[in-house]
Design a binder for this molecule. Sequence first.
Ligand code: SF4
Ligand code: SF4
Length: 191
Amino acid sequence: MTKVAENRRGSSFLAEVIENTPGGERIVHCLQCGSCGGSCPNGADMQHTPRAVIAMINANKRQEVLSTNTPWCCVSCYFCTSRCPQEIPITDIMYCLKRLSIREGLAQNTDATALAKTFTDLLDKYGRSFELGIATRYLLFKKPFSLLRMGPMGMGMMTRGRMAMFPTRIKNIEQLQAIIQKARQLGERTS
Ligand code: SF4
Ligand code: SF4
């Protein structure tokens, strides 16, 4: 960790983000140039731009940052990260903020969190994504009317072989489940 990062850390929200993000110590070098926000395809939907979120983390505004919809609008395209002149891992910081906001019960966009849970449940069970399962489970519980509207499109994709009708398990799924289990234990230990 750099000297600037060491001096700024202390026991703070900034320290928490640094602790939970690979390469997160670079956050203290933000120039507030705005290249991240300017690169973001979803910036218009965000309550705070990535630039503003970085500033708020540096200012230790924990509650505000963990309550904003910004991480939930992030689609992990990595545009911001690749364009940041200070090599700040902005996308990974967004992942960190998602984890922390769920843990604190502050995650704002319940649709995004429900979708994420559906996705990880399927990974636990099958070791890979299953689009039909994600779409039906998510839409059934969250947007049942959309399910009716999107049904014909899903049928078309299945008949053209673009989407599987049934999930298939990866080989040796026990190995993946053991890795996931270990990662969860490590996560609980550091939280
Ligand atoms: S692009 Fe990098 S340096 Fe510029 S505002 Fe965003 S995080 Fe800060
Ligand atoms: S990774 Fe997320 S925050 Fe960065 S540009 Fe893409 S959508 Fe925006």
